[in-house]
Design a binder for this molecule. Sequence first.
Ligand SMILES: NC(=O)c1ccc[n+]([C@@H]2O[C@H](COP(=O)([O-])OP(=O)(O)OC[C@H]3O[C@@H](n4cnc5c(N)ncnc54)[C@H](OP(=O)(O)O)[C@@H]3O)[C@@H](O)[C@H]2O)c1
Length: 338
Amino acid sequence: MPKVAILGATGYTARELILLLLGHPQAEIVSVTSRQSSAGKIADSHPQLRGRLDLELSHFDLEQLLNLGVDTVFSCLPHAASAEVIRPIVEQGIRVIDFSADYRLDNVDTFEQWYGVTHPDPGQVGSVPYGLPELFRDDIQGAPLVANPGCFPTSVLLPIGPLLKHRLIADSPLIIDSKTGVSGGGRSPKPGFHFVECNESIRAYGIGSHRHAPEINQLLHRYSSVHADVVFTPHLAPMDRGILSTIYCQPQAGSSRQTVLDCLSDFYRDEPFVRIVDTPPATKQVTQTNFCDIAVSESAGFIVVTSVIDNLIKGASGLAVQNFNLMCGFEETTALVS
Ligand SMILES: NC(=O)c1ccc[n+]([C@@H]2O[C@H](COP(=O)([O-])OP(=O)(O)OC[C@H]3O[C@@H](n4cnc5c(N)ncnc54)[C@H](OP(=O)(O)O)[C@@H]3O)[C@@H](O)[C@H]2O)c1
């Protein structure tokens, strides 16, 4: 049974990951890390884990992971901090699933331009499989390192990737309006994310500057060979979790709501975690699940696609477990359906 370590275990995505892995019959969590010097037990950070996981938090120490026989690491660290530790881990033959953006983009220049830091492991950028199984499954199976996607990109690539590939929609304009719950910003307090700032309020942010825009553009191109240029506007919504993306697409000549619907229904017919639904979906219908629900509507000549995911599950930890299952050769749905 794979022995698993979780880095950055005091954060939100790590909490969800632990809850999923506790239900995984083929994974044993043996190490959880934090930078804090007196972090105590994991359940002190996440009270939901009391009586379920009795592990002390410890500083990251590669030697200790090797002594424990760890063969899979989930890195729930922020960008740059993640790649800094991943390189030596991979060199030891330990499988890694990286939650950060460090290995998602095609090239180092784009990463450094958008993230404003020097990449700590530039040699691997562009060659790491992007962990979205529905579009890149063959690359993920058996891979030693996988870049888990960003939450907004997952909610966009799943509906739009097949439509661009089959040339049913134009590459521009492609207007994406996304709403996210506050957990999307992580657990560290930031002024704009305080309860008083977010509750009963909604605002757009990062217009033209959000780091997920280049990820969406590059991965749409990697998958469909089409150079799309998206107009991406995220909004912070007063909810704990969930993403709703509304995507306005210009149909190509001859395509219609029905051809788009047929394409997505065919493409996802055998996929366990993507559901094509009749009416525009609500975030609550996928809360704490690994589903992405997608609907297709039509308005004023545009195809309007709506998709919902739970940012912490299909947008992060559920997807990571799906990737883990593929990397290890387990049933892809293990620990993800009850
Ligand atoms: N939240 C989401 O919806 C979401 C979705 C997809 C992907 N992601 C990505 O997943 C990763 C984790 O996100 P999260 O929301 O779980 O974040 P989080 O709640 O802020 O947790 C990250 C943890 O990493 C540790 N950490 C922070 N800065 C660090 C540094 N410079 N060096 C080492 N450790 C550091 C912290 O633990 P200690 O203080 O205990 O060390 C923190 O609890 C990020 O890369 C994020 O971009 C998040």
